[in-house]
Design a protein around this ligand. Structure first.
Ligand code: FE2
Ligand code: FE2
Length: 365
């Protein structure tokens, strides 16, 4: 790495030595633009095998994210040509709008973003002569039959979720960090004790009203669960990328996951308390947590916490960002959430292999 920087500096020096009086001949704008893009560096910035494996794993996860967001959008998002497919489900959408009237817009935009993430990464892989990721052979799961949903097979299952909401306390803790092995309580403990739909499975789920409200609340928390995962995964994997251009891809997509997470974190705080009369799932009144800084709903900015070493000052950070085993950890978390319930052994084998290869990637030195 040091050698590359030297060679770039020497190129710059010889340019300046060449007799051009920089201030007079080169305008300020051109000087600013004279800093090369990664692709223009006079060293080999080609993605390594490790980079390709990290990108292939990310492409797979983005395909899976797209599949789940597509299902949310068909029933609860804005229906338009940017994200075609469904026709909307009014009772489900109406309850989402009670959380925030812009929920359908946010669901739509998050869905569109996921499409662009996997399309871009796959196209980039192809442009580098690498194999893009295709999971279509695993599109085997039966989806919702509620009005508004497309009648197509799915990659992910939103109808038997065991949603982990520990991120709520994790981002409020001033003393804990999962990278130090710390554990956090779930703000909605009931969601860890069963299999719950986050979309109406059929027309039958549209009543009674408190059942549908619990389904909407499950979705509201699942949105944050998904996007906080992406917020951690990108910085975790970026630490083992070699190509500056590939690093730029991870550093440019990752924060959009965090932008999504921040919105969903805020919106989840608006859910109405309810007990689902069909299965006993309880959503507490989040207002009762006011004054309890570990759970208070409006504390949606990451609280500063320990980072790297307990002897350093606390810092407001994404957490976790440990790079070792990050890809396998992401697969394990999504699997534990029930997102892949019903998927084949071949699907898990493929996903685990993609993750294992990504986790073996080493930074080029
Ligand atoms: Fe994404
Ligand atoms: Fe995402």
């Amino acid at each position: 790495m040091r050698k590359r920087i030297r060679s770039y500096l020497s190129t710059r020096r010889s340019f300046l030595r060449g007799g051009l009086a920089a201030p007079a001949v080169v305008g300020a704008g051109l000087m600013a633009n004279a800093l090369p893009a990664a692709a223009d560096f006079d060293f080999d910035d080609r993605p390594t095998h490790g980079d390709i494996n990290i990108l292939r794993f990310l492409a797979a996860l983005e395909i899976l994210e797209t599949d789940l967001w597509q299902q949310y959008n068909e029933l609860g998002g804005i229906q338009d040509s940017e994200v075609p497919g469904g026709s909307g489900n009014k009772p489900y959408t109406d309850l989402l709008e009670e959380i925030d009237e812009d929920m359908p817009q946010y669901i739509h935009d998050n869905t569109e973003d996921e499409f662009t993430h996997f399309n871009f990464i796959n196209a980039y892989l192809k442009s580098k002569g690498a194999e893009p990721v295709n999971l279509e052979r695993f599109r085997t799961l039966t989806g919702s039959t509620a009005p508004g949903a497309q009648n197509i097979k799915r990659l992910t299952n939103l109808m038997e979720l065991t949603v982990d909401t520990t991120w709520w306390a994790r981002y409020r803790s001033r003393t804990g960090n999962p990278d130090f092995g710390d554990k956090f309580a779930a703000v909605i403990p009931g969601l860890l004790k069963g299999k719950f739909p986050a979309i109406p499975r059929s027309e039958k789920d549209l009543t009674p009203p408190d059942h549908l409200l619990a389904i909407v609340n499950t979705a509201a928390f699942h949105f944050g669960t998904i996007e906080q995962g992406g917020s951690s995964l990108y910085p975790a994997l970026a630490q083992r990328v070699s190509s500056i251009e590939v690093l730029r891809i991870l550093l440019s997509i990752g924060p959009t996951e965090t932008m999504h997470f921040q919105v969903w974190h805020d919106k989840a705080g608006n859910i109405k308390p309810v007990t689902d009369p069909t299965n006993g799932l309880v959503f507490p009144d989040l207002g009762t947590f006011d004054g309890n800084e570990d759970l208070q709903a409006n504390l949606i900015m990451p609280e500063p916490t320990i980072f790297l070493s307990r002897s350093l000052p606390v810092c407001s950070i994404i957490r976790p960002t440990e790079t070792r085993g990050a890809a396998a950890g992401a697969v394990a978390a999504l699997t534990a959430d029930g997102l892949f319930r019903g998927q084949s052994a071949a699907f898990f084998a493929e996903l685990n292999e993609l993750a294992a290869k990504a986790d073996m990637a080493q930074r080029r030195v």
